[in-house]
Design a protein around this ligand. Structure first.
Ligand code: NAD
Ligand code: SER
Length: 315
């Protein structure tokens, strides 16, 4: 019987991943934790505790006491926020990862999911259909921490047998919990502002293409990777996952199919330089071949869902 710890259950991914894990493995077997309070559905459907991943001794006690076998570590400072506090973001992102790698080495929580990001690539990387193996010279503190993290994950796997697994998520789009300070957040905010105000001022320029994925596809990919037979995994760094690729102008056009009067204006800020250093689209053929990545949503189907769900949520 798997007993799973989710670290960062109150965030954009954790708030949905926790519920899906509980559906699959049983409510009582999925321990949700964060440094901030979780949503009511998480608190009411199974165990929830305040736990700081940076506090190694408490983390070990929690894991041993609850006989945890798998950890999903989602705690991080995202790209936009990290640029405001670079040294602190490096410290938090690396310590959060290293504590769970050490935890996996020292306890029975041997299986670890830790997300990487398209931010591991940089301005010298081929921008279109970015390959799995290519030039990687990230120039953001977030990207540097993700690339270093991938190398450490692979190292702990090879050196200590830790069952570390990882995806390079693109921008994730969801309606349940708003995004947490990244460069791809515009693609969530735009739907909220469309419903709230009928307009949106975008912090990226109109033709900035980035890879994106709908949250249900990302969660399925995450759990599929964690359930894949180890012998099928040719990579222990992190798998490219591409989803779809679009620009702010294209999202606005997709929204206008449902809300013809929707207006968008553009006022690029410091996040434009981050977006310009990232891939526009991703080659995820290795993930498709190794463990059957199979995402479903494209821009139009996702837009319809986002608008309907946010309308209901804000009603
Ligand atoms: P988020 O900011 O929405 O959530 C992170 C959660 O971690 C928050 O609830 C926060 O309170 C919690 N947390 C922060 N510090 C903590 C600590 N010391 N101990 C315990 N919990 C702590 O982020 P997210 O969007 O859910 O992203 C989760 C992970 O996925 C991160 O590693 C992020 O880099 C990665 N990722 C996300 C995206 C995306 O588009 N959302 C894309 C690529 C990679
Ligand atoms: N969505 C994330 C960010 O923008 C990508 O890792 O930071």
């Amino acid at each position: 019987m798997e007993r799973i710890l989710v670290i960062g259950c109150s965030g954009q991914i954790g708030s949905e991943l926790t519920l899906e894990l509980r559906r699959i493995y049983g409510n009582e077997n999925v321990f949700a934790t964060d440094i901030k309070q979780a949503a009511t559905d998480i608190v009411e459907s199974g165990p929830f505790d305040i736990l700081d991943v940076l506090d190694y001794s408490n983390l070990v006690h929690f894991v041993v006491r609850n006989k945890i076998t798998q950890v999903y570590n989602l705690a991080a400072v995202l790209s936009g926020n990290a640029e405001k506090i670079p040294q602190k973001a490096w410290e938090i992102n690396m310590k959060a990862l290293m504590n769970t790698l050490e935890l996996a080495r020292e306890t029975d929580a041997k299986k670890l999911f830790w997300p990487s990001s398209i931010a591991v690539f940089g301005p010298t990387t081929p921008r279109y259909n970015t390959p799995q193996l290519t030039v990687m010279e990230p120039n953001t503190v977030y990207g540097i921490s993700k690339l270093a993290g991938e190398r450490w994950g692979e190292y702990y796997h090879k050196r200590y047998g830790v069952d570390y697994r990882s995806l390079r998520y693109p921008g994730l789009i969801s309606y349940k919990t708003e995004a947490g300070g990244g460069t791809t957040d515009y693609a969530v905010e735009i739907y909220y502002e469309a419903i709230r105000n009928g307009s949106y001022e975008c912090f990226l320029s109109e033709n900035t293409a980035l890879p994106m994925m709908f949250m249900s596809d990302a969660i399925k990919a995450t759990i599929d990777l964690m359930e894949a037979a180890p012998e099928n995994l040719s990579l222990r760094s992190s798998y490219n996952v591409g989803g779809m690729s679009f620009t702010p102008k294209e999202v606005a056009a997709a929204i206008r199919k449902h809300m013809p009067s929707f207006e968008i204006t553009y006022k690029p800020d410091f996040r434009q330089a981050i977006a310009d250093s990232w891939p526009a689209s991703i080659d995820d053929s290795v993930a498709r071949k190794d463990w059957g990545l199979n995402d479903q949503h494209k821009l139009d189907s996702m837009t319809e869902l986002m608008l309907n769900e946010i309308r209901l949520k804000l009603a």
